[in-house]
Design a protein around this ligand. Structure first.
Ligand code: IMP
Length: 446
């Protein structure tokens, strides 16, 4: 079985966690390849809701080995708290079930403090980061003086943490921000090493072996394509490679691992974004409140990590096509279709206009989006409660029509649609398209 990558096609929060959980039921490994605890993946299993920030959502499937790849930046405190919460929920957590790449970088309280202090100095042009220290941790990685998981195994680990904190305190002073209690953090670092060192391993070696033995490796992307450091809406992006290609560098896999890869793009039925940055199809009237929800439901549009209300808008087909291309999608799944039930009409942006020019491909990627105005197609909506629908043929015609249009824009087959937060509220799709055309793309069944 090949590598199977699950990637967000928008600005994150597409609902990847629930599909990773779904596909992990058939996988040997679930491996995160980028980001840190800026991510928040929610999975509902029966009456229980799991919010995961660092550990791959695949851990909720018994028998799956969860891998935290070298492309990640890991705050040991968050990781240990997350492990403890899972243990309390009865999930087996031990070095047999979790592997951490020796080459993953550490996020420390100093990175978090620097992240917040740097954002404060940016004023109006702040990125709206999650404040989790992600940017500063990747900066240390790129400038080659970061702390890595392998360092937990070294005798001088705590001393190195002390040096890192001293340097960070000097930077915080320069930014006019409060400094950190070095002794207390060094003491805490001692416990990180004691509790995590048995989990540190060469994850790349194990994953390559697993693929050679024909096992399925599910690579779980965090955030979304439009937050990618290179191809997202720079500078309003995160600091890692969020696209499917990141699965290779972020897990230590060679190019040949991608030969037969299945790449599933997760598309929310409408667009959301948290933090600053351009958003051409943003809705700013009362409809935004309706799509966002009140926050009473854990699936409402409020950040899993920060609790911030998400900005909402119509599905952006131009950015979706861009995302399909960048990730080399072989298929896609749609989440939260049920939220669109009961609207008067639904809109999809199919092109951008600038002056008298209309484009469907972006001339300079996702940069300069403010120069464009979206061109919409308005489609009939449906009034039925679709959260109880479990078969494609039982969906209202207008809902099927909407999905068919989305599929035309993405250009690869639609495989599944989620219509509620429960693990089983998923419609499998084997035939979508004008004339009920069957897709035979040589894909393996889910
Ligand atoms: P950072 O990753 O904390 O540096 O934040 C950079 C940008 O990415 C901000 O706009 C964040 O709101 C956004 N961001 C980071 N992680 C996520 C996520 O998991 N979901 C959605 N947005 C995210």
């Amino acid at each position: 079985m090949p590598l199977h990558v699950i990637v967000g096609t928008q600005w994150g929060d597409e609902g990847k966690g629930r599909f990773v959980d779904w596909f992990a039921a058939r996988a040997a490994y679930a491996a995160r390849y980028n980001g840190g605890d800026n991510a928040g993946h929610t999975v509902t299993v029966g009456k229980r809701i799991f919010k995961l920030h660092l550990i791959p959502s695949g851990i909720l499937q018994p028998g799956v080995i969860a891998v935290l790849g070298n492309g990640m930046v890991i705050h040991p405190r968050t990781l240990l708290e997350e492990m403890d919460r899972l243990i309390q929920a009865g999930i087996a957590i031990n070095p047999e079930r979790i592997r951490i790449s020796y080459a993953a970088h550490l996020v420390t309280p100093a990175h978090q403090a620097l992240d917040k202090a740097q954002e404060a100095t940016r004023g109006k042009s702040s990125i709206g980061t999650t404040g989790r220290g992600i940017g500063p941790a990747y900066m240390d990685k790129a400038s080659r003086h970061g702390l890595r998981m392998a360092d937990l195994l070294q005798e001088d680990f705590v001393e190195r943490v002390g040096d890192h904190l001293a340097e960070a305190n000097r930077a915080l002073q320069r930014l006019g921000a409060p400094t950190l209690d070095t002794a207390a953090i060094c003491e805490e670092a001692r416990s990180w090493a004691a509790r995590l060192k048995d989990y540190v391993t060469d994850a790349s070696l194990e994953l390559n072996r697993a693929l050679q033995e024909g096992k399925t490796v599910l690579a779980e992307g965090a955030q979304g394509t439009l937050l990618d450091l290179d191809f997202g809406t720079y500078p309003f992006v995160t600091s890692s490679t969020t696209t499917a290609a990141g699965a290779l560098t972020g897990l230590g896999l060679g190019l040949t691992a991608a030969r037969d890869a299945r790449v599933t793009g997760v598309v929310k039925a409408f667009q959301t974004r948290v933090g600053s940055g351009p958003f051409p199809t943003e809705i700013l009237d009362d409809l935004a409140l309706r799509l966002r929800g009140t926050g009473a439901n854990p699936w409402d549009e409020y950040g899993t990590t920060t609790g911030r209300p998400r900005r909402v808008g119509w599905l952006d087909g131009v950015l979706l096509r861009y995302s399909a291309r960048l990730n080399g999608l072989t298929e896609f799944v749609v989440t939260k279709l049920d939220i669109l039930s009961g609207l008067e009409t639904v809109k999809i942006c199919t092109a951008y206009r600038s002056g008298n020019q209309t484009v469907t491909d972006l001339p300079y990627g996702a940069t300069n989006l403010t120069a464009f105005e979206p061109v919409y197609e308005e489609l009939p909506a449906w009034q039925e409660n679709i959260s109880v629908v479990s078969r494609w043929q039982d969906l209202p015609a207008a809902a099927k029509n909407y999905l068919e249009r989305v599929q035309e824009l993405v250009g690869v087959p639609l495989r599944m649609v989620s219509v509620g937060s429960e693990r089983e509220q998923v419609i499998k799709v084997s035939h979508v398209g004008k004339g009920q055309r069957f897709f035979r793309c040589g894909m393996r069944s889910a």
